[in-house]
Design a binder for this molecule. Structure first.
Ligand code: ZN
Ligand code: ZN
Length: 80
């Protein structure tokens, strides 16, 4: 089930088993980033929102699109 980004405060929430889904509004490129990957990079106690804002759409960035790869929707996926 998808949730808004604010469902997760710290990376370790929900046992760190959720995923961050990012979909570019410009080109529709989507990727799913497991929390375990983010935790390995940043640690369990970091806040999600500032980290999610660092992501960008690589196809758009690669072709120097006007959106600069920053026009994306972010959702949280939590397995049940
Ligand atoms: Zn894109
Ligand atoms: Zn774009």
């Amino acid at each position: 089930m998808p949730f808004e980004l604010d469902k997760i405060d710290r990376l370790g929430d929900y046992g760190g088993v959720w995923s961050l889904g990012i979909r570019c509004r410009c080109c529709d490129h989507a990727r799913l980033i497991p929390a375990s990957f983010l935790i390995r990079l940043y640690g369990r106690n970091r806040r999600l929102v500032p980290i999610a804002q660092r992501f960008y759409c690589s196809p758009c960035t690669g072709r120097r699109c006007a959106c600069a790869g920053k026009d994306f929707d972010a959702l949280i996926w939590i397995p049940r």
